[in-house]
Design a protein around this ligand. Structure first.
Ligand code: F6P
Length: 332
C-alpha cells in the first residue's frame, strides 16, 4: 500500500458516456473505504484549472449508479492543451493536496493526463493519474471495451428498430447516421444487431456502387421492400448518402441522424458492472503506488497499463464482424 496516497481527485472529461456515474461512485466508495479522502473536480480538466471542486463523501454518490450523464459535469478543455493551463491545474492540485487523480473519459482525456503527468515530473512534483476508459466510441487502444458503448449500442438499436417499423409499412429506405468519431465500432455492432442492409464504416473503404447500390439491389431481389443503411459518422454523412441513393436508384430515402441521444440514458448492466470494477481497480492501482496507468479490459480481465504505452496502442476493428454482416444480408 502506498503510504503517500492520502487524498485523490476525481473527474470526468470529454464526451459523456452512460456508466460514468457508476465509475465515479466506484472510485469514491473504494477510496473512502480504504481511508482516502476524495475531492470531486467539476467539468473535467477545466475544473482543475479553475479550482472548481468539492469534497465528496459516501452520500455524494448515493443513487447515481443507474443515472446517465455525469454528476461531475464534463467539458472539452482547449486550455489544458497548453503548458500554461496545466501549470494552473498543477497549482490547484497542490492547493488541494492531491496525491492522485482518477480521470474518467476517452482518448483526449488520457492525452491530457499524460501531458499533465509529464509536466508534473518536470516540475519535480508528485501526482499520479489513473485513467478509466469511458466513451461510446469504444476506441481506446489498450482496452477491448469502454464504458458506455453497450448502452449507446442499445439506444441506437432501439431507435433503429422503431424506424424499421415505419420503413417497413411504407416500403422505404432508411439511412441512419450513428456516432463513433473516427471509429466504426458503434455502427458495425449496431448494424449487425438490427440486420442492416448495409453498414458504412471508416475502417472499410466505401465503394458506393458495391457497398450501397448493389446491397439494395440484392436485398430487393431477395424480396425485401424496405432497406436500412447504417452510416458511421466517420464514414460520411447520412444526408449525402441519402441524396446519392436517390440519384442512383431513384428511391427517396428518409435520413435520420441519431446524434446525442446515443450518449444519454440509464446505463445497461454491462456498463454499470464494468464501470464499477474499473473504478475499483483505478483506486487499487493508486493504493498500490503504481505510476500513471490506464485501466482496460483484455480477454475478459481488467488490466492496468502504463499510460504512455497504452496511448501508443491503436485499436483495430475486427473486420471479421464486417464479414459476418455481409454473410447475413439477404441476397437474391
Ligand atoms: O466521443 C464521443 C462522441 O459522442 C463522438 O462519437 C462524437 O463524434 C463526439 O463525441 C461529439 O462531440 P460533442 O458532444 O462535443 O458534439
Amino acid at each position: 500500500m502506498s503510504e503517500e496516497m492520502k487524498r485523490i481527485g476525481i473527474l470526468t472529461s470529454g464526451g459523456d458516456a452512460p456508466g460514468m456515474n457508476a465509475a465515479v461512485r466506484a472510485v469514491v466508495r473504494t477510496a473512502l473505504n480504504n481511508g482516502l479522502e476524495c475531492v470531486g473536480i467539476r467539468r473535467g480538466w477545466s475544473g482543475l484549472i479553475n479550482g472548481d471542486f468539492f469534497p465528496m463523501d459516501s452520500s455524494s454518490v448515493n443513487h447515481i449508479i443507474n443515472k446517465g450523464g455525469t454528476i461531475l459535469y464534463t467539458a472539452r478543455c482547449a486550455e489544458f492543451l497548453d503548458a500554461e493551463g496545466r501549470t494552473r491545474a498543477i497549482a490547484t492540485c497542490k492547493l488541494l493536496g492531491l496525491d492522485g487523480i482518477v480521470a474518467i473519459g476517452g482518448d483526449g482525456t488520457f492525452r491530457g493526463a499524460l501531458a499533465l503527468s509529464r509536466q508534473v515530473a518536470e516540475m519535480g512534483q508528485k501526482l499520479v493519474v489513473v485513467g478509466v476508459p469511458a466513451t461510446i466510441d469504444n476506441d481506446i487502444g489498450c482496452s477491448n471495451y469502454t464504458i458506455g458503448f453497450d448502452t449507446a449500442c442499445n439506444t441506437a438499436i432501439e431507435c433503429i428498430d422503431k424506424l424499421r417499423d415505419t420503413m417497413q409499412s411504407h416500403e422505404r429506405c432508411s439511412v441512419v447516421e450513428v456516432m463513433g468519431r473516427h471509429a466504426g465500432f458503434l455502427a458495425l455492432y449496431v448494424g449487425i444487431s438490427v440486420g442492416a442492409t448495409a453498414v458504412l464504416i471508416p475502417e472499410h473503404e466505401v465503394d458506393f456502387q458495391r457497398d450501397v447500390v448493389e446491397k439494395i439491389r440484392q436485398a430487393r431481389l431477395a424480396g425485401t421492400t424496405h432497406f436500412m443503411i447504417v452510416v458511421a459518422e466517420g464514414a460520411g454523412s447520412a444526408v449525402e448518402i441519402g441524396a446519392r441513393i436517390h440519384e442512383a436508384i431513384g428511391i427517396d430515402p428518409r435520413v435520420t441522424v441519431l446524434g446525442h441521444i446515443q450518449r444519454g440514458g440509464a446505463p445497461t448492466a454491462r456498463d454499470r458492472e464494468t464501470a464499477s470494477r474499473m473504478g475499483y481497480e483505478a483506486v487499487m492501482a493508486l493504493l498500490a503506488g503504481k505510476g500513471n496507468r490506464i485501466i482496460g479490459t483484455r480477454d475478459g480481465r481488467l488490466t492496468d497499463m502504463d499510460m504512455e504505452e497504452a496511448l501508443a496502442m491503436e485499436k483495430k476493428l475486427e473486420m471479421y464482424r464486417y464479414d459476418v454482416l455481409e454473410a447475413l444480408t439477404a441476397k437474391g
